[in-house]
Design a protein around this ligand. Sequence first.
Ligand SMILES: NC(=O)c1ccc[n+]([C@@H]2O[C@H](COP(=O)([O-])OP(=O)(O)OC[C@H]3O[C@@H](n4cnc5c(N)ncnc54)[C@H](OP(=O)(O)O)[C@@H]3O)[C@@H](O)[C@H]2O)c1
Length: 336
Amino acid sequence: MIAVLVEGFGGPERLVLGRAPEPGAGPGEVVIRIAATAVNRADLLQREGRYPPPAGASDILGLEAAGIVETVGQGTRRLAVGDRVFALLSGGGYAERVTVPEAHCMRIPPGMSFVEAAALAEAFLTAWQSLTRLAAPAAGDAVLIHAGASGVGTAALQIARELGLRPFATCSSSKTDACLALGAERAIDYRAGSFADVVLEATGGRGASCVLDPVGAPYLADDLRCLAMDGTIVLLATMGGARVDGFDLRAMMRKRATLRASTLRSRDAGYKSSLVTGFEDFAMPRLSDGRLRPVIHAVFPWSRAADAHRLLESGATVGKIVLVVDAGLAQAPVPA
Ligand SMILES: NC(=O)c1ccc[n+]([C@@H]2O[C@H](COP(=O)([O-])OP(=O)(O)OC[C@H]3O[C@@H](n4cnc5c(N)ncnc54)[C@H](OP(=O)(O)O)[C@@H]3O)[C@@H](O)[C@H]2O)c1
């Protein structure tokens, strides 16, 4: 089959179309013929050689995909050949076909295109996991979502709103309207002032019971400053830096704070299956009627994967970038 390969680690120019072995479906697995996949920050790091795939995962980039089931392995129960699905992958999305456990696939809601569905799995499952498993904010609680206009952020804002939380976002000034439209109570331009002050002022000093943080070191002290008592900081990445000098642990003691660090990709198959099941129950009705929707900044043919990486790296995006793998399939009429 054809896949986007990384020809020696480095910049976006290292991405080239080439040949890769045909995948097969083992017990409990399906092979998906991919219509579209989407780009994640993790892909940029993997391309640079800074984020190796976990043991047993495909070394082809791509953590999510949408398409049709082409082959089913022994013991599969829910899916049949021809079903329209989107899936959470541990790799392999930048390819014509991918093998995935049946339990990591979700049916595409009626009326939703492959391009839209391709943008769902990684961002929405990360956000869902963060707000329901890694932290447990109660309805009415304030939650602070850093990088609110990112792929994960745009999903987290919508999920938080649907959970009855009070979402606060940080983002660049050009992205505040997008965050407000997705349900943010306040969209805070973090370059213009202190996000902690805004959260504390808006919550009458109580603070946010949960902070979703992909920025890391430069935010930790202020995350704690605006964290509610017994609150949880979910560390998703260290885009802004990984080392914190001079951090005073008593700030955590004062808040009885929890710091949870998480990487979804390396979770075992059983954990991902149960995450998918819980997410489906919550999200499918909402994806069907539009209360939840993927936010897509741009769509590229996969032959322009390098341009898609450059765009994501630029930091100018709101939501996801989708790569169309099979234009014929992606443009097929969408079942109502
Ligand atoms: N741990 C996990 O399981 C997991 C899963 C998925 C994603 N993630 C992580 O979550 C983060 C968001 O992922 P994504 O794919 O949704 O990202 P994305 O769409 O590429 O968005 C990233 C945005 O973060 C903002 N940002 C804030 N501080 C930044 C900094 N220091 N450097 C670069 N960008 C900064 C920028 O928006 P502004 O212009 O608004 O600042 C940028 O556009 C990434 O770090 C990703 O690796 C983690």
